[in-house]
Design a protein around this ligand. Structure first.
Ligand SMILES: [Zn+2]
Length: 143
């Protein structure tokens, strides 16, 4: 996620800025690829964001893309952690799918879903302290 905020990605649009031939979005091929397009505005990506906001962890949807990160900060430590992890997993998944398509990688990228996120979250809470594990596990059981 840090790389997204700081712009440390080699995308088509940044290559064009350096005089190199731009790369089109591997999903829709309609725009010069940039971070905003890849992670938020591409129609392919938008479907995944729609999936994320169907997860039973949100009480609202952002009205604009720029508001996405304002959804974190509910004052509930467990809920915020689940939201942040689901968001990170979505961004990671988008990036992996983009690379798979662009570079024709043979690797398999799991389809992003609430079931996948819950599975990964269950695995992650296995390595936290006993006290937190109980709180996090019971939260995941209720949603
Ligand atoms: Zn696109």
């Amino acid at each position: 996620m840090w790389r997204i905020f700081t712009g440390h990605f080699t995308l088509g649009a940044s290559l064009s800025g350096h005089g190199l031939r731009g790369v089109r979005c591997p999903h829709c091929a309609s725009y010069d690829e940039n971070m905003r397009h890849v992670f938020w505005t591409c129609s392919f990506t938008q479907r995944w964001w729609s999936r994320l906001f169907l997860f039973p962890i949100w009480d609202m949807r952002p009205s604009k893309i720029g508001n996405t990160f304002f959804l974190l900060g509910s004052r509930d430590k467990v809920l915020d952690w689940v939201r942040k992890r689901c968001l990170s997993l979505l961004l990671w998944n988008i990036w992996m799918f983009r690379n798979k398509k662009l570079f024709q990688n043979k690797g398999y990228v799991l389809s992003y879903s609430w079931t996948l996120c819950k599975l990964i979250l269950h695995r992650e809470i296995d390595v936290i302290t006993d006290e937190d594990r109980t709180t996090f596990a019971s939260f995941l059981e209720t949603i």
